[in-house]
Design a protein around this ligand. Structure first.
Ligand SMILES: [Zn+2]
Length: 111
């Protein structure tokens, strides 16, 4: 008897891992900004260099926010964090409600 893996949370693991990784990039980028700008200002004593750090950070932030916004849900295929034009970082899909860690809480009967 063949088991249908398309509805199994195990089948969602690769795409959910991509979504989790992108979320980590976003939070890491947000956390890194303050120490990086203060360190740059202390080391260079230059607002121009600190502004350059801000510019680079903003470009990276826009890139990562876009990557998280267009991340597709493995179950429904829609954007995981985005519904219509609103973006939110809940841990469930905005369309089908799939949890971000659904692949980590698999019951033995679902394997
Ligand atoms: Zn979904």
């Amino acid at each position: 008897m063949e088991h249908d893996t398309s509805s199994s949370p195990i089948a969602y693991k690769p795409l959910l891992a991509v979504i989790r990784r992108r979320r980590w990039y976003l939070w890491a980028l947000i956390i890194v900004y303050m120490p990086a700008s203060v360190l740059t200002l202390q080391l260079t004593q230059s607002y121009k260099a600190t502004g350059l750090v801000l510019l680079i950070w903003l470009i990276l932030l826009c890139t990562v926010v876009t990557l998280t916004a267009i991340a597709k849900c493995p179950r429904c295929g829609d954007n995981f964090h985005m519904r219509n034009s609103t973006l939110s970082y809940f841990r469930k899909c905005r369309h089908c409600g799939l949890h971000l860690c659904a692949d980590k809480t698999v019951l033995p009967s679902e394997i």
